[in-house]
Design a protein around this ligand. Structure first.
Ligand code: AMP
Length: 372
């Protein structure tokens, strides 16, 4: 399946990722049709066409499916029903339903990662206070309790601290509090990993099965939200090689088409654990817009449209920093910095914790000699 220039790429979701996908599609002479329930979607400003509708509105989705050549999505919580409605109309959706189902549930995701010979933090399924207590006995403290579904940017998770001494009552209270904090929903308990750094692999698999991975960024999170990504990462070579090998295996096993973002913890011994993966373009790959000839967004469009994958080589060292909440108000200062590439997402309101834009600071390897 190949979408020729002037063809239409359907994008479920209208946030900043949809916006940057639409921009990349336009550069390739393709048109983006965005489907979103949000009237003020950031992607709407740059799309060829827009459908406002809910993700379970079969009639609207079918009409959308009629006018696009392929459908992709910019967030992993697309309901399975949405993909089923499109699949029933033989609309190609990439990445496919399996990748989406695995990524949507932290327990299924961890089982999958371990089943292909990669490693994760120790984990235990939690459905009530009894299984939480059992999990804590097996895994020990500190640990992290995360909802199985619908968590993002550190939401839907809470840390259970190491306890001082054998205070059964205090433990019971702490467990109750943690369980309430995540909304008493099906969850997963994870051992707390004392990592040396976090890295991610932005990889892509084309319709022909070819795989390309970008250089690995080092990611720093604050409050569960990505603060910055830096390339090169300074991670041990063995860690980056293992992370790329694991990503390649995941892409192949899932018969994946498109870009994936896989987050890893690097351990003291140089080994890596998979934290989670996103079946989409990823915040830790935004620097590829300005530091590579082919960005992760273009790579994703190429993959789903059946085009050859592009060269992911990086031409500059860089640091990408998110502009979160009212930090976007600094746009004037950032816009006059040399070698700073500013991206603002056109969001109407700068709510705390909201990703409003990002800046990639380039440090080119080849600088022009100073003027004499
Ligand atoms: P997540 O939403 O699962 O990606 O978690 C957000 C961030 O919380 C991660 O990027 C880590 O910085 C931290 N984190 C998540 N899980 C663990 C863990 N098992 N051990 C230590 N830190 C964690």
């Amino acid at each position: 399946m190949i979408v020729e220039p002037n063809g239409v790429i359907g994008i479920l979701g209208g946030g900043q990722l949809g916006r940057m996908l639409a921009l990349a599609a336009a550069r390739l002479g393709l048109r983006a049709h965005v489907y979103t329930p949000d009237e003020n979607a950031p992607a709407a400003d740059v799309a060829h066409a827009l459908t406002i509708g809910s993700y379970t509105d079969a009639e609207r989705l079918e009409a959308f499916g009629e006018v696009v050549n392929v459908v992709t999505y910019e967030f992993e919580n697309v309901p399975a029903e949405t993909v089923d409605i499109l699949a029933a109309r033989r609309v190609p959706v990439a990445p496919g339903a399996r990748a989406l189902a695995v990524a949507q549930d932290r327990l299924i995701e961890k089982d999958f990662v371990n089943s292909i010979g990669a490693r994760t933090a120790p984990y235990f399924p939690v459905d009530d206070l009894a299984s939480l207590a059992e999990g804590l006995q097996k895994i020990g403290r500190p640990a992290i309790l995360k909802t199985r579904r619908l968590g993002y940017d550190g939401k839907g998770q809470t840390t259970i601290a190491a306890a001082d001494g054998d205070l059964a009552r205090a433990w019971e209270e702490a467990n109750k509090k943690a369980w309430a904090e995540i909304g008493a929903r099906p969850a997963i308990l994870e051992g707390f990993i004392d990592f040396t750094m976090e890295i991610s692999v932005i990889g892509a698999r084309g319709r022909d099965g070819s795989i390309r991975c970008y250089d690995v960024p080092r990611n720093v999170h604050e409050g569960g939200i990505l603060r910055r990504s830096q390339v090169p990462s300074a991670a041990p070579a063995a860690a980056t090689a293992e992370a790329a090998a694991v990503t390649t295996r995941m892409l192949t096993e899932l018969d994946y088409v498109g870009v994936i973002g896989v987050e890893f913890f690097v351990l003291k011994d140089g080994g890596v654990l998979v934290n989670e993966f996103a079946p989409r373009v990823h915040n830790s790959g935004h620097w590829t817009i300005d530091a590579c000839a082919v960005s992760q967004f273009e790579q994703h469009i190429r993959a789903i449209a059946g085009w050859p994958l592009g060269d992911p080589a990086r031409h500059s060292d860089c640091v990408m920093e998110n502009l979160i909440g009212d930090e976007a108000g600094r746009w004037r200062d950032v816009s006059v910095e040399a070698n700073a590439c500013i991206h603002l997402y056109g969001k109407r309101e700068a709510l705390p914790g909201r990703k409003m834009g990002h800046v990639t600071r380039l440090n080119p390897r080849y600088r022009a000699p100073p003027a004499k």
